[in-house]
Design a protein around this ligand. Structure first.
Ligand code: DQA
Length: 148
């Protein structure tokens, strides 16, 4: 089983970016943490981060026939991107949306996710553990579908 883990804009700045909201871990700390969980689960993971909407769309399109599932933190594009939502729907790869912070307890504009309706579900508010929970959720979903 191969899972693609996608990160949107400004998540490359984790560690120094608003640590009160997003924690002290860098994106590469989180990647190492997720890799250790992936190896326990015996699944393969690849990571991609971009600040550019079209690059995230290209990466979702490129996942077709390569990945069984996607875990995505679309970051600010969560609240704006019809293109990312449409890309997830177009490739028909099961996806789980994740957020470090709880988007439902923050500003009004963050409470709407345009991308979540294209996903199986959303995990929000558990810090770096949202990545772990996202991975566990997609792996469990795919195993139930008979994908190993
Ligand atoms: C975020 C929440 C978004 O609203 C914000 O724009 C981000 C990070 C999170 O992981 O909590 O960049 O996706």
């Amino acid at each position: 089983m191969k899972i693609l883990i996608l990160n949107g804009p400004n998540l490359n700045l984790l560690g120094t970016r608003e640590p009160d909201k997003y924690g002290n871990q860098t994106l590469s700390d989180i990647e190492n943490y997720v890799r250790s969980i992936a190896s326990e689960l015996k699944v393969e993971v690849d990571f991609y981060q971009s600040n550019i909407e079209g690059e995230l769309v290209n990466s979702i399109q490129g996942a077709k026939n390569k990945y069984d599932g996607i875990v995505i933190n679309p970051a600010a594009y969560t609240h704006t991107s019809v293109a990312i939502r449409d890309a997830i729907l177009a490739v028909q790869i099961p996806a789980v949306e994740i957020h470090l912070s709880n988007i439902h307890t923050r500003e009004e504009f963050r409470k709407t996710s345009l991308t979540a309706p294209a996903c199986i579900g959303q995990i929000t508010g558990f810090g770096a553990a949202s990545y772990k929970l996202g991975l566990i959720s997609i792996v469990d979903y795919l195993k139930q579908k008979g994908i190993n």
